[in-house]
Structures are given as structure tokens and as C-alpha cells.
Design a protein around this ligand. Structure first.
Ligand SMILES: [Zn+2]
Length: 280
């Protein structure tokens, strides 16, 4: 597919160790005791687990929502047992559930996978005539190319969406199946027209492709907080896009048997493309 980046999984563990060398604040941030944004490092993308763990079927929550709020005020992810799509915006954690409803999530619910940071807009741009999610990606790619392809970015895109297609998924029961298998039967889709809201987006550089999906990953929540999910497609005449360049990365790995025993050398690139875009 045009604009898609090929995802390749290398030896997961060796890459994590290599990454650790570069992570300036990994230990202090992921394990720190900051209780609000004022004392936390605002320039860190905090990741819970690997996307590759999630795609293998590790839906075991490892980090509580309360902890996630110490690590950021904006982000995306999912919940224990794959119970819906996570959208964090302005410090509130929402679930876009499989039935299309949206709710605030309790602090003791746990997260198997997510990326959050504290949002500081470094640049604000407006984009017009966005006719698809791929157009949005390529416009944002141009901007990222100016600032630097090899960095992390969190963005929020605010406006009215002429169309918005999102998905969520049904909560799972153990033994957990791989994500691509789950989505074949347990995915739910919702289409909205002329809906006001915010797209929260994460950009991971290419070298992150063993730990997450390289490129863009978008979740949506409506202004009235009644609709949301993982974005499959969208269109908008005018969007205000705020971009937060973030130069640090920290990761909290889960400690459970499933994760400990994954063979992360297996190439999951096709599965990741399928789960991210809904396309084969
Ligand atoms: Zn998603």
C-alpha cells in the first residue's frame, strides 16, 4: 500500500538492550515517582510493552491507569483483555469500547500497551483538504521530514471531520489469541459524519519497528466524548495540527509468563500492517 512503511522485526531483546544505551531517562522516568507533569520529564515518549507483544496476544495489563497519568497527559493504547481503544487527552483516559460507547476509565484498570507523553506544542500548522487518512499521513510526513525523520512526535489534530471511520474490539478471554486472529472476528466499526473532535497521533521513526509500528498511529475522540476509536480512515476540510517533538523514549516491560516466553525473532510485519490499517 502506498505510504506504508515496511515493518521488520529483528532480534527483539538485543534491540531493547541496544536502545537502553541511548535512553537518557529510561530508568528515572519509567520507575520514577513523579506524581504530576510538573516534576515528570515532559519530553519522554513512555511506552508500555511492545506492540509486538500485543500482536502475539499478550493482553495482560501491567501498568495501572493511575501510573499512566504520571507519565503523560496525551496518548494512545489499549486495556487489559483488549477491552477497547485507549485515548488519553488532556490528562483524562477514555475507553472507546466495542459497542461504540466512550467512557472515562478508573485509575485501577491496567494497560498492556500504550504510548503517552506530556503534550507541549512545538509547532502548530493547519492542513486543508484532507481526503483520507493516507493524505493526512503524507502531509504530516512532509512536516516531520522538515523537523527530522528520526525523532518521535505526538500530535493532536483538532477540527470537524467530514468522515471518520474508527474501530474498536471485543474484550478477550484467556487463552489469548494473536491480535490479527482476534480482529478477524471481534472487530467493530463505526462511521461518523461531520463530527467535531481530536485525533491523537504518534509517530515512531523507522528504527523503532521492532518495538512498535513505524510511522503514524491515530486514535480519535469526539468533542462530546461520545465517539472514538482506532482511526482507519478520515476526511476533513480544515485541521489544526499541534506537533510535539519528543526526544526521549522510555519503555516499561511487562513481567508475565506469556511475555517472557515470546519468540520475538518471528517477523510479524504482515500482522502489524493488518492490525494497524485493517488491510491485508
Ligand atoms: Zn490503535
Amino acid at each position: 500500500m502506498k505510504g506504508m512503511k515496511r515493518i521488520k522485526v529483528y532480534h527483539g531483546l538485543s534491540l531493547i538492550l541496544a536502545a537502553g544505551i541511548f535512553l537518557t531517562s529510561c530508568g528515572s522516568t519509567a520507575g520514577g515517582s513523579a506524581s504530576d507533569g510538573s516534576s515528570a520529564d515532559r519530553e519522554v515518549i513512555n511506552q508500555v510493552s511492545l506492540l509486538q507483544g500485543l500482536t502475539f496476544g499478550d493482553y495482560n495489563g501491567s501498568v495501572p491507569v493511575s501510573r499512566l497519568k504520571e507519565l503523560g497527559d496525551i496518548g494512545i493504547g489499549t486495556f487489559d483483555a483488549l477491552n477497547g481503544e485507549l485515548i488519553m487527552l488532556e490528562g483524562t483516559v477514555y475507553r472507546a469500547a466495542s459497542d461504540g460507547s466512550v467512557e472515562k476509565v478508573a485509575d485501577d484498570e491496567t494497560i498492556p500497551f500504550s504510548n503517552v507523553t506530556f503534550f507541549d506544542a512545538d509547532e502548530v500548522i493547519s492542513l486543508s483538504s484532507i481526503d483520507s487518512v493516507n493524505t493526512l499521513k503524507s502531509e504530516l510526513d512532509k512536516k516531520v521530514h522538515e523537523i527530522g525523520d528520526n525523532r518521535f512526535y505526538m500530535i493532536r489534530a483538532d477540527g470537524t471531520f467530514k468522515s471518520m471511520q474508527v474501530r474498536s474490539e471485543l474484550p478477550q478471554t484467556e487463552p489469548y489469541k494473536p491480535l490479527a486472529t482476534v480482529l478477524e472476528t471481534d472487530q467493530t466499526f463505526f462511521n461518523y459524519e461531520n463530527i467535531k473532535g481530536t485525533v491523537v497521533g504518534l509517530y515512531c521513526p523507522d528504527y523503532m519497528s521492532s518495538l512498535n509500528a513505524a510511522g503514524w498511529h491515530f486514535h480519535f475522540i469526539s468533542d462530546d466524548r461520545k465517539a472514538g476509536g482506532h482511526v482507519l480512515d478520515l476526511a476533513s476540510d480544515e485541521l489544526k495540527v499541534s506537533i510535539d517533538r519528543t526526544d526521549n523514549f522510555a519503555m516499561a516491560l511487562p513481567d508475565n509468563e506469556m511475555f517472557n516466553n515470546f519468540d520475538l525473532t518471528i517477523d510479524q510485519s504482515d500482522d502489524i500492517k493488518k492490525v494497524e490499517t485493517g488491510e491485508d
